[in-house]
Design a protein around this ligand. Sequence first.
Ligand code: GAP
Length: 466
Amino acid sequence: MSQASQEIFQKIIAFCKSKGFVFPSSEIYGGMSAIYDYGHYGTLLKNNIRDSWWRSMTQLRDDVYGLDSSIFMHPSTWVASGHVGGFNDPQVDCKDCKARFRADHLLREFDIEADKAPLADINKWLDELKDAKKLKCLNCGSRNLTAAKIFSLMVKSNIGSPTDELKEENVVYLRPETCGGIYLEYKNTIDSLHPRIPFGVAQVGKAFRNEIVARQFIFRTREFEQMEMQYFIHESQTETAFEMWRNERWQWYLDNGVPAEKIKWYKHEKLAHYASNAYDVTYDFQSLGWDEIEGIHARGNWDLSQHTKHSGVDLSYLDQRSNEKYIPHIVETSAGLNRMVLMFIDLAYTEEKVGEDMRVVLKFPRHLAPIKVAVFPLLKNKEELVGKAKAVYDLLKVRYMTEFDDNGNIGKRYRRQDEIGTPLCVTVDFDTLQDNAVTVRDRDTMLQERVSIDDLKSYVERKIYG
Ligand code: GAP
């Protein structure tokens, strides 16, 4: 990362903490690496992004159903999926400063693509770089690095009586991806809702990975949220479904205000043995550069075949019209919600000169803004203004996340709302008491308009949702 990227990254991290978006977890106990908490505004933003995804995936489609499956699943789930034993990353340690790195990330610095490469190859490349005195610890610069070893990303827990804690049969895994629950509820979905193929199941939820590299803020964490959809199809529909979902997902980014030039496709050349196609949506972060936000994968019929084999329950589908019985193939869309929070903050974060002053403003798409409208009485010690402003606040808060603020002068209140990305600020002044109208100030243009309180709800609705 360049010096400038590093600076903007540190600025965004500090900003997120000081303004109540994202906090490092367990800070009073010294913190926990790669675990973060979401403050008031971060939670609201995250929920709005999630809701936009959910609406587009389920409400606006006739062929996708919702699910909320448990984090704990039968341990065989992860044997069947290949995660137990196979969900690993190659790890290199610095013997001096104890920093840990993913070997494939170290090699990427030298344009060596080592994703999914065998450990022996990775160590051969590392040794060559060590011999050429090119390989250094990215943290302290030492050349004293270990060989790569395999590191499991699965997070283990236990269920049952505490005395059974150490028994292997009580080990459960915290799911490393949410789609496992969709496969396990495939049969119940078919039996209860009777959907015809092609159809999809969508869910949002937590996933857990024991990530080696933990220095990328909320981009890569050990606990995170995924928004995944599995689309069940006949093999012959793979290409059409894959292209359809690529288009749908691309359009979602555009509809949510991400400019086309800030996203691009990355096509995977190395695929899992069962997959026939895989693309990532990558976003051009101010700090991290281009990196993955979402994956679209054609997974063949691997998942349901494996669960059929390991559970002994036949997960094939009978097409009533053709009488054909087959194990459905799957096209998956898999997006990281936390990465999207970072993406929308990265995209929105703007420093602007206003006269002699600088303002920081988060130019979120209006429907995603944590707070939609703020209401101010012009003066905090004038009872009639405060009472009227409270009434306006009560009118709006039923429909919108609204804030009431009577601290400091109006200029300072505007700056505070700009910093958290509030699109509209409403001021109740002395004229309001005569004409029942308020001043509405727009975050982006900073222009002010006089609006009758009788029209205020429909005005805000139009300005926020178009
Ligand atoms: N079911 C497929 C699957 O999980 P993935 O590429 O491993 O595919 C999908 O993950 C998305 O989940 C990624 O594009 C990313 O946005 C998000 N993601 C994965 N690991 C993450 C982590 N450690 N922290 C935050 N987000 C992560």
